[in-house]
Write a protein that binds this ligand. Sequence first.
Ligand code: PMV
Length: 308
Amino acid sequence: MSKASAPGKIILFGEHAVVYSRPALAVPVPKVHADVEITDSPNPGLWVEAPGIALNAALATLAPTDALRTVIERVFQTLGVHTPPALHIKITSTIPVASGLGSGAAVSVALIRALGLTFGQALTDEQVNTLAYEIEKLHHGTPSGIDNTVITYGKPVYFVRGQTIETFHVGKAFTLVIGNTGVVAPTKETVGAVRQRWQAHPTYWEKIFDQVGQITNQARSAIETGETASLGPLMDANHALLQTMGVSSPELDTLVTAAKESGAMGAKLSGGGGGGNMIALVEPQKAESIAGALEAAGAVSTIITTIQ
Ligand code: PMV
């Protein structure tokens, strides 16, 4: 039997601008994860079971463009496996789908690793990351690659598209509450909407992206030097720019306001926007009460996580 897991992730700063080569900061969220277990199968061929999406079927019966089928077939190509043996692939995940926590990339990474182990080929992080990025491209149009990177390496990442992966140091641990609007919002759509606006007025949008990039760099210094207090205003400023980009939503804004009103030091949407999750920077002793305030304001779930 082979098993592999991959964590969820959140983007702290810089989403969307990162698609246009500005830096972004992201961290893994190990409290939520995708898990893959591969065993010999009594059925011939490959069988895929994913209870979370009510799937229990032979791989060959899935549409050729199906996300899981594509990942599995792509990994076989890389491993040079032409005739796969009878295997039962079970995928479970506690990461909410299409909500900015990297569920798709986490399933890809866990699957790639588990399949590699099954065939006795421990793939390097770089190989896993490259494959997971290919899959992201198939399903998300023009992804920056930040999701697959932070999830593959499982470390805080300072990410600039096309550049060597850089991790960053957390000078002093800080606590976040993640609030899920429950609104499913495919990243492809918000990324596409920003692209249309950028194409219509590139000079204007490049300036917005520059401002986001500056905030991200200031945030990195604040995190590295342990000046957590200055992160709150930077989150607020990043959220305001995301609102200007048109990627926030009434539900996200309601949760951001509720977080601030209940004592968060700063708050912003996280990920593609349009729905999905927001994050709030909180003093650890206030985390539970702020999570409660988010739930009272409509969050369908909350996660308290410490970044260290
Ligand atoms: O919605 P998520 O968590 O997959 O994040 C998307 C981040 C974007 O910057 C909006 C897109 C990208 O590919 O980086």
